[in-house]
Ligand binder design. Structure first.
Ligand SMILES: Nc1ncnc2c1ncn2[C@@H]1O[C@H](COP(=O)(O)OP(=O)(O)O)[C@@H](O)[C@H]1O
Ligand SMILES: [Mg+2]
Length: 223
């Protein structure tokens, strides 16, 4: 469950990017966050992932108040929410499998078990056999799927992805969406920021739209 109550967000002393945002997302939903560039899509996702604090209001994730979370609770949130940022932050000097292993390192999972889990995560996104490649040796779509594998290796209940298909051709974008749908089908709550109308027309069931400071919660996709 994700709930925003009267959430405001501004950076420093600038205008409000988000103003009095209220919504509730039930477990297992599949949601798009849409709006033009600069509208606040990334900001909204960052509030859910605890990567930015709201300026006012409350953000609940799985019954925890993210905005009141002490620093030591951050590992909880990192496990509960898988985050795929726009710039994927893959480590270029590490093999694909080692990128996926990274989030497991802090959990203290035994090496062999961690390896099995990382391989399983790569298999789920269709990257079996690419474990020993470096990110630079992979296509854009494969790198995006690698970022997804890294985000889901800790089995989060919530997955948030910031414009995951932005730089991909149609076929790769379709494949990425299929990966998200597969995770959603097994119960993972999924939020995807996008401004790709065709993509949303094909996949959206509910859209949170931000446009010029106005917020709307739409069934399906906006016209
Ligand atoms: N860390 C930051 N500091 C100051 N301003 C920011 C920061 N992050 C985003 N902004 C501003 O907030 C607005 C919304 O940004 P963002 O959430 O990235 O929008 P979107 O993802 O929809 O393009 C933009 O005007 C952007 O310049
Ligand atoms: Mg953005």
């Amino acid at each position: 469950m994700i709930e925003f109550q009267h959430v405001f967000k501004s950076y420093g002393r600038s205008r409000n990017i988000l103003a009095d945002i209220n919504f509730r997302i039930e477990p297992g939903e599949f949601i798009f966050v849409s709006g033009p560039s600069g509208a606040g899509k990334s900001t909204l996702l960052k509030l859910i992932g605890g990567l930015e604090p709201p300026s006012r209001g409350s953000v609940h994730v799985n019954g925890h108040r993210v905005d009141k979370m002490p620093r030591r609770a951050a590992p909880y949130l990192r496990r509960a929410v898988g985050v795929i940022l726009q710039d994927m932050h893959l480590l270029q000097d590490r093999k694909a499998i080692d990128n996926v292993l990274l989030p497991l390192a802090v959990t203290g999972l035994e090496t062999r078990l961690a390896n099995t889990r990382a391989r399983a995560a790569m298999e789920k996104v269709g990257l079996s056999g690419k474990e020993d490649l470096y990110p630079v040796e992979m296509s854009g779509g494969e790198q995006q799927r690698l970022a997804i594998a890294r985000a889901i290796v800790n089995r989060p209940a919530i997955l948030i992805a910031d414009e995951p298909t932005a730089n991909l051709d149609e076929e790769s974008a379709r494949r990425i969406m299929q990966v998200f749908r597969d995770f959603n089908r097994v119960g993972v709550t999924t939020l995807i920021a996008s401004h790709d109308r065709a993509l949303m027309a094909a996949y959206a069931t509910r859209t949170l739209r931000i446009d010029a400071g106005r917020f709307s919660d739409i069934k399906g996709v906006h016209p």
